[in-house]
Design a protein around this ligand. Structure first.
Ligand code: ACO
Ligand code: LMR
Length: 264
């Protein structure tokens, strides 16, 4: 019989050897003919399956809503400074992307992990939040620099409204809302932020779609797929900021002395 030479790479998401490339077995022509969108492509390449339309629509809404949040946030600031230092598109983009992490945009996976664990263990919001405080861990998905209880994040509201209308169940989101009610009773900046909204709602998407086994959901949450949504989305805005600075022929940025507290 044939002896298969051992390979150095295993790949399961795409194949370019045939007449046309395939994403998770779906040929490019079907993707175009069926009018698939970027949400479908993400479903195929990240989750290795076609997801129902309400799920791919939700993914697309996350991408659109997180594409940009103005020039003052960490990512855009880095990108703007880098572009103004005369660097190229890729350098300006990655300089912004590198700020995405536990405080900024990259709290989605941890929000999903902690909310899932707390909900599945039946913790009350009080037990969950106070338990985190005892461990000295800020609740991922809670808190914002400028949003407040009386000035909520519109993106969160839009995501919640979509899910309440289209998802079969929003139990994790409702839990996150209960957590927010408790944290808001402690301080007005402790709102459910967009990372927390996406993290909890994606748990509902995974659990409610009937497309994933429990083991697959655990794996997705453990590996941490969901920060990818913010990374992908915000790349759109960061690329825009790079072009904007180049178009405006902005000079090298230097931070004003007056805005630095020089002290010993
Ligand atoms: N959980 C519990 N307590 C909190 C939290 C939280 N998530 N966030 C703030 N606090 C409390 C703490 O008591 C904090 O005091 P400490 O510094 O002694 O811990 C106090 O509020 C004041 O916190 P600040 O540092 O002034 O809040 P800031 O406005 O700087 O922080 C931030 C905003 C970074 C978003 C913060 O709330 C946080 O770390 N949240 C968790 C991570 C997260 O979800 N990030 C995503 C934000 S959305 C986005 O980036 C797209
Ligand atoms: C963002 O999406 O960049 C923001 O939520 C962060 C911020 O501070 O506005």
């Amino acid at each position: 019989g044939k002896v298969r030479a051992p390979t150095h790479i295993i790949s399961t998401i795409s194949d370019d050897r045939g007449e046309e490339p395939c994403y998770a077995g779906v040929p490019m022509s079907s993707i175009v003919e069926k009018g698939y969108g970027v949400g479908d492509v993400i479903s195929l390449l990240w989750f290795k399956r076609s997801l129902p339309r309400y799920c791919t629509h939700f993914i697309e809404i996350c991408i659109m809503l997180c594409a940009d949040h103005g020039p003052c946030v960490s990512g855009a600031h880095n990108t703007i400074v880098t572009a103004r230092a005369g660097k190229d598109l890729v350098s300006s983009l990655v300089s912004g992307l590198l700020t995405i992490g536990p405080r900024f945009g990259g709290a989605i996976d941890d929000a999903a992990r902690y909310f899932k664990d707390a909900y599945d263990r039946g913790l009350t919001p009080y037990e969950f939040v106070e338990g985190m405080k005892k461990k000295g861990i800020r609740v991922p998905g809670i808190g914002h620099r400028i949003k407040r209880g009386d000035n909520r994040d519109k993106r969160v509201e839009l995501l919640q409204r979509f899910a309440r209308t289209h998802f079969p169940s929003v139990k994790y989101m409702e839990y996150a809302v209960q957590v927010e009610t408790y944290t808001l009773s402690k301080a007005s900046n402790l709102v459910l932020n967009v990372d927390g909204a996406i993290g909890s709602l994606f748990l509902d998407l995974l659990a409610g779609s009937g497309m994933f086994t429990k083991q697959e959901i655990d794996e997705i949450v453990e590996i941490g797929y969901l920060n990818g949504l913010f990374v992908l989305a915000r790349s759109i805005g960061l690329i825009g900021h790079t072009f904007d600075q180049k178009r405006l022929k902005q000079p090298l940025y230097r931070h004003p002395w007056e805005d630095v507290l020089y002290t010993k």
